[in-house]
Write a protein that binds this ligand. Structure first.
Ligand SMILES: [Fe+2]
Length: 197
């Protein structure tokens, strides 16, 4: 899938206004494609993951900065507004001419949880689109491991443990297993490369 002028503009706006979310979106896109390859998905699905990863949080452009950049805990009302960002992402993409249902669905459900406690719909396990489950794991991993001005990110071992803890409740178990394998393969490669020097 290609970026048209409007989607490119949205991404550029995200980079200007929320550089952390922009960088996060690129990471999520990359992690999701690697994970999709590990799960033997076809090229069509990999392209959807790549695109959905880039735009999953684009709806944050519609969330007031007072909420997005609030250093402390959000009030219930603010959190309700924050929870609308997947819906906003879909709205912005549709307005930009993106009508691919698989892309829109993948993005809309990226905050659903296996136990049904996610949002916006509270879908459970097998009712959550498979590609959304992949984005969820990639998204959470990147969010956990990145530093923010108000907190330091988890180290790799801690992040792996969080994913393991969330298996079956927050995350799809199969997707977590595949993701942990991709991390291990990457670690092994780094050790081998360093060992060769
Ligand atoms: Fe999100």
């Amino acid at each position: 899938m290609d970026l048209n002028k409007e989607t490119f503009r949205l991404l550029y706006k995200l980079k200007q206004i929320h550089p952390h979310t922009y960088a996060h979106s690129i990471n999520v896109s990359n992690h999701s494609v690697i994970l999709g390859k590990k799960l033997n998905l076809n090229v069509h699905d990999l392209e959807i993951l790549q695109f959905a990863g880039l735009f999953h949080d684009i709806g944050k452009l519609k969330i007031p900065e007072s909420i997005l950049k609030k250093p402390g805990k959000l009030t219930d009302e603010e959190f309700e507004e924050m929870k609308k960002h997947p819906i906003y992402s879909v709205e912005l993409l549709k307005a930009a001419g993106i009508m691919n249902v698989d892309v829109l669905k993948t993005i809309l459900y990226h905050h659903e949880r296996a136990d049904g406690k996610g949002y916006p719909k509270g879908l459970q396990r097998n009712t959550i689109p498979y590609l959304s489950k992949i984005i969820t794991v990639a998204d959470s991993f990147d969010a956990m491991t990145s530093n923010r001005c108000y907190r330091k990110g988890l180290n790799l071992e801690q992040a792996k443990q969080e994913l393991i803890n969330g298996r079956g409740s927050q995350f799809d178990s199969e997707v977590v297993t595949a993701f942990l394998e991709t991390i291990e393969e990457k670690e092994k490669k780094i050790v081998e490369t360093v060992g060769e020097r």
